[in-house]
Design a protein around this ligand. Structure first.
Ligand SMILES: [Zn+2]
Length: 248
């Protein structure tokens, strides 16, 4: 399942990086949101499978053979998964990639499950209580399902064009109003789609400026905002100051 989800993740990252075209003017960031849904479905199937296997094992219990071997495999698995998820998270941050982040969270939850399972195996080994095996499996399944909820939440927020958080908007406001001839900013609309951000606002600007002067100010503002968010597109409308003289 991990292999399938990473494979699809690879294509979703490739596809979501496509430049906008005639048919899709707003980039392909939603692909990453769809990938989160896919990750969630994969995890859900795994959880269902673990539940099914555990219940079956409780009914027809059969002892685990060569516990020490599974124990070693689990230890290797969580060490490897831990470093892989660490690397994925760092890359996800660097490339503003939601798909990489989803996979990183998935692998991270695999790491935790492996730790639980190795501890459980150790416990079965020491106590000889075979029933612990399906019980631990069910606990792990509940844990994975709980973690998967975060993934689903994030995908829904991405697909529903979540706005930028308030503190980010405040940061942008501060950049804008620090400029000369600017008297304020209003009607701010933002939406984040994957790594792409779309931002619109009205700029209240001195009405005695020429169009090219106002345009220069806007370019400066756009550049500064872009330094913070490399994948942002801003659309700015002018409102003359004082506002009472001209109404748009
Ligand atoms: Zn997994």
């Amino acid at each position: 399942m991990d292999l399938i989800s990473s494979f699809i993740g690879f294509f979703s990252i490739k596809f979501s990086n496509k430049s906008p075209d005639e048919f899709h003017n707003y980039w392909y960031g939603k692909i990453e949101g769809l990938y989160w849904v896919f990750e969630w479905i994969i995890i859900f199937i795994v959880v269902g499978f673990i539940f099914y296997e555990s219940i079956e094992k409780i009914i027809n219990s059969s002892p685990i053979e060569s516990i020490w071997l599974w124990f070693m495999i689990m230890i290797i698995s969580w060490i490897v998964n831990f470093f892989v998820s660490q690397k994925f998270l760092a890359e996800a941050k660097k490339h503003h990639s939601l798909a990489l982040e989803a996979d990183a969270l998935h692998i991270r939850s695999d790491t935790y499950s492996s730790i639980w399972i190795s501890l459980g195996l150790l416990l079965i080994w020491i106590t000889g209580f075979q029933i612990l095996d399906p019980i631990i499996a069910i606990l792990v399944a509940i844990f994975i399902a709980y973690k998967a909820w975060d993934i689903l939440k994030k995908s829904i927020l991405t697909l529903l064009d979540m706005s930028l958080p308030k503190q980010e908007i405040d940061k942008i406001k501060n950049i804008v109003i620090s400029k000369k001839h600017i008297h304020g900013i209003q009607n701010i609309y933002s939406r984040t789609v994957g790594k792409n951000i779309f931002l619109e606002f009205d700029l209240i600007i001195d009405d005695d400026l020429s169009i090219s002067q106002a345009h220069d100010i806007v370019l400066k503002i756009q550049k500064e905002i872009q330094n913070i968010y490399p994948y942002i597109q801003t659309r700015i409308q002018f409102e003359p100051f004082p506002q009472s003289k001209n109404k748009v």
